[in-house]
Write a new protein. Structure first.
Length: 88
């Protein structure tokens, strides 16, 4: 299960506001604010699922280990093309 800290960190990596994530996840802004709250407020499971899916679709990977949890932004997943370099 993803945490509120992971959601906030993921938004920061993507440069998204709460409004942007709420729009992309198709959830109410108030529901997202509850989810991101440090107070441990209850959030519906479908809200968690939609937020997770929206972030993962945008390249976020959620990480969990014995030492803690985190997020990582993966660029161009599955894209095997070489980057285009500008000529001087």
């Amino acid at each position: 299960m993803i945490t509120s800290r992971q959601v906030r960190a993921a938004r920061a990596l993507l440069g998204w506001t709460q409004e942007t994530l709420a729009d992309k996840a198709l959830v109410a802004l108030t529901a997202l604010k509850r989810f991101e709250s440090e107070n441990g407020l209850q959030v519906r499971e479908d809200t968690r699922d939609r937020v997770r899916a929206a972030l993962e679709t945008s390249g976020i990977m959620f990480l969990v280990s014995e030492r803690g949890e985190g997020v990582m932004l993966v660029s161009n997943r599955g894209d095997t093309r070489k980057p285009i370099r500008k000529r001087p």
